[in-house]
Design a protein around this ligand. Structure first.
Ligand SMILES: *[C@@H]1O[C@H](CO)[C@@H](O)[C@H](O)[C@H]1NC(C)=O
Ligand SMILES: *[C@@H]1O[C@H](CO)[C@@H](O)[C@H](O)[C@H]1NC(C)=O
Ligand SMILES: *[C@@H]1O[C@H](CO)[C@@H](O)[C@H](O)[C@H]1NC(C)=O
Ligand SMILES: *[C@@H]1O[C@H](CO)[C@@H](O)[C@H](O)[C@H]1NC(C)=O
Ligand SMILES: *[C@@H]1O[C@H](CO)[C@@H](O)[C@H](O)[C@H]1NC(C)=O
Ligand SMILES: *[C@@H]1O[C@H](CO)[C@@H](O)[C@H](O)[C@H]1NC(C)=O
Ligand SMILES: *[C@@H]1O[C@H](CO)[C@@H](O)[C@H](O)[C@H]1NC(C)=O
Ligand SMILES: *[C@@H]1O[C@H](CO)[C@@H](O)[C@H](O)[C@H]1NC(C)=O
Ligand SMILES: *[C@@H]1O[C@H](CO)[C@@H](O)[C@H](O)[C@H]1NC(C)=O
Ligand SMILES: *[C@@H]1O[C@H](CO)[C@@H](O)[C@H](O)[C@H]1NC(C)=O
Ligand SMILES: *[C@@H]1O[C@H](CO)[C@@H](O)[C@H](O)[C@H]1NC(C)=O
Ligand SMILES: *[C@@H]1O[C@H](CO)[C@@H](O)[C@H](O)[C@H]1NC(C)=O
Length: 628
């Protein structure tokens, strides 16, 4: 929605100088044509669609085309005019401007806008608390009448100066933050260094909230520094509805699932705890993915200067998923894979470098369905950043989206020569998946011999039925036939080396010196081959390390299935440790493989160990021997 160009008295006072400014501007632009290159570049990077340009041009606008270098003559007149240069903000109407090192710019959110109509607040994301939301909005409306309206002033740093020193260290590469100053007093209409309330900008973001009855005056200044050159560019907005820009630096809502040497899989928290048969669940699953992700290599530390700014991340990050307007897009979609089977959004991020640490920033573009001028919260929101890292070796491939083992989402052993990293994944996935499905079919035949669907008194157990058994078997089977792969070069103690006797994909073998040390390992069948012969025969990944399946998967299988099926887990200190791993108390460590694993999301479904049974090995002895 747009506002008619209505001039406040303050604005009218300067309207006279508008013509003069435009003439000056034209002369300036004409004289300094090369600067257009920057303007075009800036325009391409910053969405500036449908801004209402009814504002009075002042010293800031004239510099939109520049990099801070004025002609001497012009500078004199521009600065003279700047003595009174204050630009007006309208409700939910962001303004974008360049600012030089050491410069201060002034804005006002006039009373007319504060008393004016609010914007239309959308329905938001699916939620069960629709009534609560409405109530909130009514309360909000009530409070407006009492002690002035609540006003939200927000700022996003979009571009920042770059370091002109070669030294290392974060202080040398992260420019100082802009400062915001607020004044509610008629007598101080130009707050800046030394006057007004100081609002610290953090990571390129600041929010100032106040119940206002009259004009709100805002100053923005670029701190003085000699270690950096260039300009800042920022977006400032005022709203009587909700903060136009959002930042939730303390709210974790993104998690790292796994990576290979060029891609990573990230997921959000569960978006609802609703049951699959409830409409809320379906609403989420049918939703166009509402979040996006930016990713940045951690050696590009300057991005920390804008880590809470949607606009800053959009201009600075090189990698994005599901952010409209960004060049190379990665895939995002809603999924119900993972612990509990609840809806969540997943991001498959490619184009990463090997052996690198990255930051991942969860963001929302505007309110997720609309953004920009006139949209309540149209400036976007940024959540807490996460760390993740890519693998070194090329023989682990991140795999997800299988049809039978649909819960698998981690790196698996691969051979890059047989399955091209970018195009061969579906074929690799089909190979693992059909192998597991085939084995499940054998199991199914056996399960059909068991009296499952009789009266409860004839069932093998009152606590578990055949459906439990089938579920536990599938979980176990997928985790065991599709091993979770880790770098061979990783030294994490819980990893199991595999396939040591075979050559790497590049043809080289483990060196003789390494073999001398590890001769015992090589002699053991478990480390000289893969867990699953299909891998050695059809994939031939060469040496890799495996994150062993969690032992609770095996216990759950034994507990859930009828004894007649003859499942048994190996005993502790008699083979269990070679085949299964234990969960870590540290949620930042995935020390054993279970379906739905993600870093910093603890496995809520952990099975209690205990019911180890000495069940005679019958029907599945051979199958299990191979897989254990
Ligand atoms: C930067 O330094 C100049 C000269 O000392 C001063 O006029 C200006 O106010 C300073 N700017 C800020 C933002 O502190
Ligand atoms: C986002 O804002 C637009 C325009 O105000 C509105 O139509 C839409 O419903 C909002 N979306 C959500 C998810 O609230
Ligand atoms: C950085 O660049 C600015 C402007 O070009 C200059 O004034 C300043 O002295 C430079 N600082 C260093 C440490 O080179
Ligand atoms: C997401 O889950 C994590 C870990 O369970 C929790 O700490 C965090 O508060 C959750 N975030 C949201 C937005 O619910
Ligand atoms: C959904 O299923 C659960 C059992 O799984 C049942 O208790 C509940 O009543 C069902 N809800 C609806 C809305 O059908
Ligand atoms: C990967 O490394 C190249 C240089 O080797 C660098 O130019 C590029 O920005 C890096 N990409 C990412 C996503 O880190
Ligand atoms: C960042 O790391 C990548 C490798 O991941 C490297 O290619 C690039 O040159 C590094 N960039 C900087 C600025 O150090
Ligand atoms: C072959 O690959 C392995 C594992 O990635 C690596 O350790 C080794 O140095 C490579 N050998 C050659 C000759 O590139
Ligand atoms: C996931 O698999 C389905 C078929 O099983 C396919 O249609 C879809 O394109 C795949 N999605 C991704 C993101 O790979
Ligand atoms: C076993 O196979 C039959 C026929 O293919 C199928 O109907 C049934 O659902 C399967 N049982 C399980 C537990 O998957
Ligand atoms: C038991 O019967 C129910 C309904 O008759 C069926 O859905 C289920 O698949 C059966 N379970 C097995 C293991 O055959
Ligand atoms: C390890 O496996 C390789 C390849 O299958 C084989 O040639 C070698 O003899 C095995 N070594 C031992 C000690 O079993």
């Amino acid at each position: 929605m747009t506002f008619p160009p209505k001039l406040s008295p303050l604005q009218s006072r300067f309207a006279a100088s508008l013509v003069a400014s435009l003439v000056l501007l034209a002369v300036y632009v004409f004289l300094t044509k090369p600067h257009f290159a920057y303007a075009v570049e800036l325009d391409a990077r910053i969405p500036r669609e449908d801004h209402n340009h009814y504002l009075i041009l002042d010293e800031g606008d004239s510099d939109l085309f520049g990099d801070g270098t004025y002609c001497e003559q012009e500078e004199a007149s521009l600065v003279a005019r700047a003595e009174a240069g204050v630009s007006a903000l309208a409700n939910n109407d962001p303004q974008n401007r360049n600012i030089n090192i050491g410069e201060t710019q002034h804005w006002v959110f006039p009373q007319e806008s504060i008393d004016g109509p609010g914007g239309a607040i959308g329905p938001g994301l699916p939620s069960e608390n629709v009534e609560e939301r409405d109530l909130d909005q009514n309360l909000h409306g009530l409070r407006k009448r009492q002690d002035g309206k609540r006003v939200y002033i927000t700022i996003n740093t979009c571009l920042q100066p770059s370091s002109n020193t070669t030294g290392d260290g974060p202080n040398k590469s992260i420019p100082p933050q802009l400062q915001m100053y607020i004044s509610l007093s008629e007598r101080d209409q130009r707050p800046g260094p030394g006057s007004g309330d100081t609002v610290d900008v953090d990571g390129g973001y600041a929010l100032y909230e106040v119940d206002a009855t009259s004009d709100v005056y805002i100053g923005v200044s670029g701190p003085n520094t000699t270690d950096f050159t260039g300009i800042w560019n920022y977006e400032i907005a005022a709203s009587i509805d909700a903060p136009y820009h959002g930042s939730k630096p303390n709210v974790a809502n993104l998690h790292f699932v796994d990576s290979d040497n060029h891609a990573a899989l990230l997921i959000t928290n569960d978006t609802t705890q609703a049951q699959p048969n409830e409409t809320l669940y379906q609403e989420w699953m049918d939703l166009t993915p509402p979040w996006g992700v930016f990713a940045a290599n951690q050696n590009e530390t300057a991005i920390l200067g804008v880590k809470n700014s949607f606009c800053g991340l959009k201009n600075t990050a090189r990698i994005a998923a599901n952010v409209p307007g960004f060049e190379s897009q990665n895939v995002a979609k809603m999924t119900n894979r993972g612990l509990g089977g609840k809806p969540k959004e997943q991001f498959y991020i490619t184009g990463l470098n090997a052996t690198s640490r990255y930051w991942g920033f969860l963001v929302m573009n505007g309110n997720s369905t609309a953004y920009g001028n006139g949209v309540v919260g149209g400036g976007g929101t940024v959540w807490q950043a996460i760390n993740f890292q890519t693998k070194t070796e090329d023989n682990c491939a991140l795999m997800y989206n299988l049809s039978f083992c649909s819960e698998v989402a981690y790196a698996v052993p691969t051979n890059p020569n047989r399955f091209a990293p970018t195009t061969g994944l579906p074929e690799l996935a089909a190979l693992y998946d059909s192998n597991a499905a085939q084995m499940y079919q054998y199991f199914n035949y056996s399960l059909q011999q068991i009296p499952c669907n009789t009266t409860s008194s004839a069932q093998y157990s009152l606590a578990r039925n055949c459906d439990d058994c089938a579920r536990a078997y599938k979980q176990w089977l997928c985790a065991v036939t599709i091993p979770r792969c880790s770098d061979f070069s990783s030294n994490d103690p819980w990893l199991k080396p595999r396939n040591l006797g075979r050559p790497f994909a590049n043809g080289s073998s483990i060196s003789a010196s390494q073999l001398n040390i590890d001769q015992a390992l090589l002699n053991a069948v478990a480390t000289n081959s893969s867990r699953n012969p299909m891998i050695d025969n059809s994939i031939q990944p060469g040496p890799y390390k495996e994150v062993l399946p969690c032992k609770d998967l095996c216990y759950d299988l034994v507990q859930s299935c009828p004894a007649a099926l003859g499942f048994a887990c190996p005993l502790e200190r008699a083979g269990l440790e070679d085949s299964y791993g234990s969960r870590s108390n540290d949620s930042g460590v995935i020390s054993c493989s279970y379906l739905g694993a993600a870093y910093y999301l603890s496995g809520a479904e952990t099975m209690a160990p205990g019911a180890m049974r000495n069940v005679a090995l019958l029907v599945f002895a051979v199958l299990l021997m191979n897989l254990f």
